[in-house]
Design a protein around this ligand. Sequence first.
Ligand code: GRF
Length: 193
Amino acid sequence: MRIVVLVSGTGSNLQAIIDAVAAGELDVQIAAVGADRKGTYGVERSAAAGLETFVVDFKDYTVRSEWNAALTAKVLSYAPDLVVSSGFMRIVDEHFIATFENRYINTHPALLPAFPGAHGVRDALAYGVKVTGCTVHYADTGVDTGPIIAQEAVTVEPDDTEEALHERIKVVERRLLVQTLKDLAAARKAPVA
Ligand code: GRF
């Protein structure tokens, strides 16, 4: 299974994928890692790992649809079986979604459909939930919407800060993402009955 991973930030989830592949635990080929802006640590660490990287910088485009078209074409050029939005903080349009239908997944640090958006951890904490978690789902053109593939709960501690809670969620999120990729890769290999 060839994957393209999209990042906007540090890429610790991506690192978990890289490590699992290197350890022989995850049978996928990382065809490329891409970002929506220059200077991300995610792209830096991918290059350091010898992976193919690219940037389709949102700031280089005045029209959003042109950025979407450029991103779609770039990702398509790697012929991925699956595209992974891993801390990729951009909503893509219907052209991208149609091009990668059933092949675009996202990871989110909350139990969707609760607390979608860029501040899922902060919003869960502010609401006062006692349990939150993370979700891996097929992505569509909405904000953290689309069919759920896997979820895992994380308990909120009484004096949690957003940072501390997010770090605990990310430990679970990394494991869940790698396990989901394993499951999807295995499903592709399974003989059709
Ligand atoms: C993850 O929790 C992801 O779900 C959220 O931002 C975080 C990205 O972390 N959207 P990283 O870039 O993988 O370290």
